[in-house]
Design a binder for this molecule. Structure first.
Ligand SMILES: [Zn+2]
Length: 321
């Protein structure tokens, strides 16, 4: 009996030791699992990141000429879900894009993204979808497009012309994506090396080269950027244009399209006037103005404002806002 009891006790001790041991082991397992857990908890983040890469994407369409086909509805909720479901609005915005961009230039676009601009303040953007700059995505903030009613004061028209201005000046015909900054003696756009006679290189060589070092010195310092603009105000059609040569040419192009030919001779005026030297740009200007009926009695040009636009540098390429 005693031996049996002792054996029982021993078994109990052994068992409890085993339990403690396995418990410890579990804890240890937990420890070793932790990084794994981290990874899994990181995964949704990565997914989110992909979504973030779509710059607050709501719905993505593929573009073929003027036709659009829905590709992806991103995970959104609440008010954004309402905007996602409102495909009539998606189409209404697209119809304005189609009015502005002539058929021959639509070939540069293969994606159309509906975004929300609420948080970022981005009204629109473009980004190349192919490294060689032959194809682009245009993103439009649906909430901003309908602020105070559709295209109030022509703000949406302005945004689309501006974004188109980016693709017009940064596509493969204008910029060589294969040449990096090390072997680029012209203006390097970030997407590639601007070709000799490209619109942006001409603008850069004539109106930026002498102040480029000062511009680079401003870096990310907002007050320095402000001072740079104040100093060279007469060179820029808007303050936003002083962000960089890429924004400058998009703003200059927009002013070229929506305003009368400048009569003054400030550097800002000269930048706009230079675009009149390109017959294809005059054709483009006429097309957009006729399409939007700008300059007719019934319709005046969009009101020119500087909209808040987010900064633009992404890993895959520069997103132009
Ligand atoms: Zn821009």
């Amino acid at each position: 009996m005693l031996l049996q009891k002792r054996l029982k006790l021993l078994i109990i001790i052994l068992l409890s030791l085993l339990v403690i041991n396995t418990f410890n082991a579990c804890e240890k397992d937990d420890d070793t699992v932790k990084p794994e857990k981290k990874e899994t908890s990181d995964k949704p983040k990565e997914d989110k990141k992909e979504q973030d890469d779509e710059e607050d994407g709501i719905t993505l369409y593929s573009v073929d000429g003027y036709n659009i086909t829905k590709k992806t509805d991103y995970k959104v909720s609440g008010k954004l879900l309402e905007l996602q479901k409102d495909s009539k609005k998606h189409t209404e915005i697209w119809n304005l894009v189609s009015k502005i961009i002539p058929k021959g230039y639509m070939t540069f676009f293969n994606e159309y993204l509906i975004i929300t601009g609420e948080e970022s303040g981005v009204a629109g953007f473009v980004v190349q979808t192919r490294e060689d700059l032959t194809k682009w995505k245009i993103g439009v903030a649906i909430d901003m497009a309908y602020q105070g009613g559709f295209n109030t004061d022509g703000e949406l028209s302005y945004t689309i012309i501006h974004e188109f201005g980016h693709t017009l000046t940064l596509n493969n015909v204008q910029v060589d994506s294969k040449r990096n900054s090390d072997n680029c003696s012209n203006y390097f756009t970030g997407e590639g090396c601007a070709k000799e006679g490209s619109y942006i290189n001409v603008l850069f060589q004539k109106f930026w080269k002498d102040i480029h070092d000062q511009f680079l010195d401003t870096g990310d310092d907002e007050s320095k950027k402000q001072a740079f603009y104040e100093k060279y105000k007469d060179r820029f059609v808007t303050q936003y244009a002083s962000t960089n040569p890429g924004e400058d040419i998009a703003e200059v192009f927009t002013h070229f399209v929506i305003k009368d030919k400048p009569t003054g001779n400030t550097i800002a005026n000269q930048k706009v006037k230079i675009l009149y030297e390109y017959p294809e740009l005059i054709e483009l200007r006429n097309h957009i103005r006729e399409s939007l009926r700008i300059g007719t009695k019934s319709k005046s040009a969009p009101v020119i404002k500087v909209w808040k636009r987010g900064s633009t540098i992404g890993k895959k390429g520069q997103k132009r806002s």
